[in-house]
Design a protein around this ligand. Structure first.
Ligand code: AMP
Length: 217
């Protein structure tokens, strides 16, 4: 499947993407994970992105489009892809449209995961992430803590609160979402690609997506 996952930070895009990859071999492409990996590895991209990310601001469109143009042409995308955290602005969506047309790729849908603000705030303030840039496993201090406090179950690296998940940075990220990313809902509605799911459980989101894809297949 070839999907865009839309939704505020904390809506569950990453969790849903990971579950969907198990269904048909589609790959998850998270621009946030790619950028955090670059920051952890100290690459040129990471150096350019770091300050924007720490402040909860978006990284400039040019940097993101450069990453995505290469990523979408990697062979593993042939089985399908789940775009998680991209596009984030109308210019990114417009450039993606042109890029996909040039590559002869057709999207199935843009899925808007619509979760109430209080649930989002609670999830983001209690979320913890593995600090290893190649792992980035997600935990939650309330609902899914690591077996040993502060240590990743998967790779043994420290589990931390992301720099952009302090209360101040979170509220800025949500403002940025409302201003820059929420307009994509109208964009994909006009494209005839939008599906909105208002479910807080990732299983319910997956079921709704599978039902819709089954109905259109
Ligand atoms: P995420 O993990 O998707 O919440 O992304 C974390 C941070 O990475 C965001 O707050 C932005 O600073 C940056 N970022 C991720 N994806 C994008 C994108 N498509 N456009 C611009 N900035 C992005």
């Amino acid at each position: 499947m070839k999907l865009i996952l839309l939704g505020a930070p904390g809506a569950g895009k990453g969790t849903v993407a990971k579950l969907l990859t198990k269904l048909d071999g589609s790959v998850q492409i998270s621009t946030g994970d790619i950028l955090r990996g670059a920051v952890a590895a100290g690459t040129e991209l990471g150096k350019q992105a770091q300050a924007f990310m720490a402040a909860g601001d978006l990284v400039p469109d040019e940097l993101i489009m450069g990453i995505m143009e290469k990523r979408l042409q990697e062979p593993d995308c042939e089985n399908g892809f789940l775009l998680d955290g991209f596009p984030r602005t109308i210019p990114q969506a417009e450039q993606l449209k042109t890029m996909l047309a040039n590559l002869g790729i057709e999207l199935d849908m843009a899925v808007n995961i619509d979760v109430p603000r209080d649930v989002i705030l609670d999830r983001l303030t209690t979320r913890r992430t593995c600090s290893n840039g190649d792992c980035q496993a997600i935990y939650n201090v309330k609902s899914n803590p690591p077996k040993e406090e502060g240590v990743c179950d998967k790779c043994g690296s420290p589990v931390i609160q992301r720099e952009d998940e302090t209360e101040e940075a979170i509220s800025h990220r949500l403002e940025t979402y409302n201003e820059k990313t929420a307009p994509l809902i109208g964009f994909y509605e006009n494209e005839g690609l939008l599906m909105t799911v208002d479910a807080t459980s990732s299983d319910a989101v997956i079921n709704a997506i599978q039902e819709r894809l089954g109905a259109t297949a």
